[in-house]
Design a protein. Structure first.
Length: 67
């Protein structure tokens, strides 16, 4: 949540679906793989070293949809 809750972090904001639209179009498996491996300034696992693939997928779903 540190990066996905602050505009200054330049990460797509949690619950702001327009920021996730283009990313979701790449497919959920791509998003999960990026979360696992890290991308740009995002560290592998998104700072969750013990998250499972299923947990990362659930986090992406949670962050990518309007709340």
């Amino acid at each position: 949540m540190v990066c996905h809750s602050r505009i200054a972090a330049n990460a797509p904001l949690t619950g702001f679906a327009p920021a996730w639209k283009a990313r979701l179009e790449k497919g959920m498996e791509t998003l999960v793989r990026n979360a696992q491996q890290g991308l740009g300034s995002m560290p592998p696992g998104g700072q969750c070293a013990d998250c499972t693939t299923e947990e990362l997928r659930a986090l992406v779903v949670f962050m990518a949809h309007d709340h």
